[in-house]
Design a protein around this ligand. Structure first.
Ligand SMILES: CC(C)(COP(=O)(O)OP(=O)(O)OC[C@H]1O[C@@H](n2cnc3c(N)ncnc32)[C@H](O)[C@@H]1OP(=O)(O)O)[C@@H](O)C(=O)NCCC(=O)NCCS
Length: 168
């Protein structure tokens, strides 16, 4: 169990017993809007994402973690895209937003991916209208590499290369 510890939170891999709160969290309107293009998240999709994350942990050593601060307040981690990139994803319960917790979680994940798992690069996609997510990517040091047209408007693609001394 790859647990990561920050000053204010713990990250632990998501598991099948997380399905119920994940269903609620990912269907929260502002989370669903940006993470799922506003489509309803079904229990089947939640189960599939948990399964994909477990496979990623087995094959790559990283996946999606629950952000825990006493209880689960969000999700942060990496998913493997169709072209094998490590894509950073994050969401925090609206009650807990604006406190730097997503940034703290994302820094732990990126540092772990680079220095422990040897990932060469992490990418993130943010809807152009999603200021919070774009700010977070920028604060991580990510560089915007291109903008593509998404279903609901422009989507910025950001990337961060592993530091030269990380062993990646
Ligand atoms: C994106 C998200 C995870 C940010 O969570 P958070 O815990 O509020 O973020 P943090 O508090 O760590 O803030 C990180 C940076 O973003 C800024 N930020 C946070 N919310 C913001 C907002 N609504 N508008 C502008 N900037 C914002 C913070 O101010 C901080 O930058 P700063 O230190 O320069 O001020 C959260 O808004 C969320 O869950 N959104 C819905 C899901 C989502 O959009 N996920 C990303 C999909 S690509």
């Amino acid at each position: 169990m790859t647990e990561l510890r920050g000053d204010r939170l713990i990250l632990r891999p998501i598991v099948p017993s997380d399905a119920a709160w994940l269903l609620v969290h990912w269907n929260e309107p502002s989370v669903r809007l940006h993470l799922f293009d506003d489509t309803v998240v079904t229990p089947e999709l939640v189960a599939e994402i948990i399964g994909d994350s477990r496979e990623d942990f087995e094959s790559r050593g990283y996946g999606l973690w629950a952000i825990v601060r006493g209880h689960e307040i969000g999700v942060c981690g990496l998913r493997t895209t169709d072209d094998h990139a490590a894509e950073l994803l994050y969401s925090v319960d609206p009650k807990w937003q604006g406190k730097g917790l997503a940034l703290e979680a994302a820094r732990l994940v990126v540092e772990f991916a680079f220095t422990v798992r040897g990932a060469p690069e992490v990418v993130a996609e943010t809807d152009a209208a999603n200021t919070a997510s774009r700010r977070l990517a920028e604060k991580l040091g990510m560089i915007r590499v291109r903008t593509r047209q998404g279903e609901h408007g422009p989507v910025h693609v950001h990337a961060l290369r592993a530091p030269a001394d990380s062993g990646a």
